[in-house]
Write a new protein. Sequence first.
Length: 181
Amino acid sequence: MERIINGIRLRLIQGDITQQHVDAIVNAANNALAGGGGVDGAIHRAGGPQIMAECQAIRTQRGPLPTGEAVITTGGKLPARYVIHTVGPIWQGGKAGEAQLLAKAYQSSLRLAEERGVSTIAFPSISTGAYGYPVAEAARVALGTVITFLEKATTLKEVRFVLFKSRDLATYQEALQELLP
Ligand code: AR6
């Protein structure tokens, strides 16, 4: 499924984000940039030790990465040139500012991508694994935030959501259909 916003393609696909041939992929990291399971583990496994070495250097220089912010490293052995590491919120029931923080994670990642002149970027479904954010609610926030950003974006040509599970792809498709019928 895809939509065009301001000349920029927004695509939803099922797949493994580590296999994407794009300028940048986004990692659903943690505040310590310490690696972990889920998509974070998959990215570090596939990209090799270079990415973690850069994460550790960033962590040493600037301390923990606040939730909603983003940093960039090279892609190591990945097909993608860059990895943008952001931290989504841990779901606490929805009244602890989770939606704002999730939107901020997407915005920070997109802003960093444009600063680097990225034209193609792939996102996973941030916060909806270990961090427990309900997928339907996360999909509305993620897609709504990306659509709003794309209306003013300049270097981006394609934003791809790479959903690992077919059920999550279906949920994102329903959300996009509601936002842009
Ligand atoms: N490609 C695309 N999506 C994937 C892949 C993959 N290879 N592997 C998993 N997913 P999660 P979070 C999906 O838990 O909820 C880590 O330990 C997965 O199906 O990776 O933001 C970090 O270090 C789900 O839809 O991230 C943090 O501590 C989505 O990625 C914490 O988990 C996000 O699930 C972050 O939790």
